[in-house]
Design a protein around this ligand. Structure first.
Ligand SMILES: Cc1ncc(C[n+]2csc(CCOP(=O)(O)OP(=O)(O)O)c2C)c(N)n1
Ligand SMILES: [Mg+2]
Length: 330
């Protein structure tokens, strides 16, 4: 487990609190709207795992590309995509960041160097290496963060990509968000190597395990491997141990786990933890109240933006299907 290194800059704590609260409230609202059938199709909530995105995003530059799986709302928010355009995407509206064609599992924003949102388990892994390869080829000094679940580690392509990434010293950081389950299947039922970071070591990749409920730990380990990758050291594999409070998707009552297990992780809630630090260590209750109001307003505005936007027209079906020739990549 990566050693906890305290970071004392107040600004970082303030940003973590604001961005995690935004992720949490956005998703609580999304869950509610799904129940009202305002949002249709798939919807996978990230609630409980927020410290991984918050701690990772504070460790990278704006131009560093990020790619992830279908559990992607928080990654997009963390990368700076406007919640209005994410909410409109969930509604399938033309004002969504993918013009309503992607939905919950496929949030993209080229402007924010956010490469999705992928529904095929593990599909983003070789794409993340490809993005890193482009960065290396162009000598752009960007480092790609490629997030994946513990279930995605079971895909063969994970091993193939680790092999090529280290061979070609690609600037890509694989961050396995180990929440212990792939849908309803616990990790213990699918592997002998439950310490996923060990797999990276077989390939000679710098690999670490980190407490995924702790922003400070995630930030410090990601900062370290990103700095190294930027100066040419190649890839890293980080296993962040975490937990999702909700079921796999909206139709999962999560009966495969115990209440005690859920409560154990809820007691480690990263948002509560950062809130307590801001109140008790930095003595700033006013900030907490201000941010709570600000976040509620952002969510309300996102919902009314989505509600008041139009559905895509019929012609939209044929637009953006193929990439135009000479379309700039990164
Ligand atoms: C190739 C492929 N196989 C199966 C599925 C069905 N499926 C969707 S999510 C999922 C579990 C993935 O779990 P994990 O990688 O741990 O991510 P988490 O949902 O925990 O974030 C499966 C098997 C799929 N989408 N793609
Ligand atoms: Mg999982």
């Amino acid at each position: 487990m990566c050693k906890y290194i305290p970071i004392l800059d107040y600004k970082i704590y303030a940003n973590w609190y604001e961005s995690m609260l935004l992720m949490r409230k956005f998703e609580e609202k999304s869950g509610q709207l799904y129940g009202q059938q305002k949002i249709k199709g798939f919807c996978h909530l990230y609630i409980g795992q927020e410290a991984i995105v918050a701690g990772s995003m504070s460790a990278i530059d704006f131009k560093d590309p990020v790619i992830t799986s279908y559990r992607d709302h928080a990654h997009a928010i963390g990368k700076g995509v406007d919640p209005k355009h994410i909410m409109a995407e969930l509604y399938g509206k033309i004002t969504g960041c993918c013009k309503g064609k992607g939905g919950s599992m496929h949030i993209f924003s080229k402007k924010h160097y956010f490469f999705g949102g992928h529904g095929i388990v593990g599909g983003q892994i070789p794409l993340g290496a490809g993005i890193a390869m482009a960065a290396k080829y162009k000598n752009s000094k960007q480092v790609c963060l490629c997030f994946l679940g513990d279930g995605a580690v079971r895909q063969g392509v994970f091993n193939e990509t680790l092999n090529m990434s280290i061979l070609w010293k690609l600037p890509v950081i694989f961050i396995c968000e180990n929440n212990g389950y792939a849908m309803g299947t616990s990790i213990n039922k699918t592997t002998n190597t439950t310490d996923i970071y060990q797999i990276g070591k077989y390939y000679g990749i710098n690999s670490f395990k980190v407490d995924g409920m702790c922003c400070e730990s995630v930030h410090s380990v990601i900062k370290n491997v990103v700095d190294n990758a930027r100066s040419g050291a190649g890839p890293a594999l980080i296993e962040a141990k975490t937990y999702r409070y909700k079921g796999h998707s909206m139709s999962d009552p999560a009966k495969y786990r115990t209440r005690e297990e859920l409560n154990f992780y809820k007691n480690l809630d990263p948002i509560e933890k950062i809130k307590n630090i801001i109140i008790n260590k930095f003595n700033n209750v006013d900030f907490i109240e201000k941010i709570e109001k600000k976040v509620i307003k952002i969510i309300e505005e996102s919902v009314s933006f989505a509600e008041n936007s139009s559905m895509p027209s019929e012609e939209e079906l044929y637009k953006d299907v193929y990439v135009q020739k000479n379309y700039p990549f990164i």
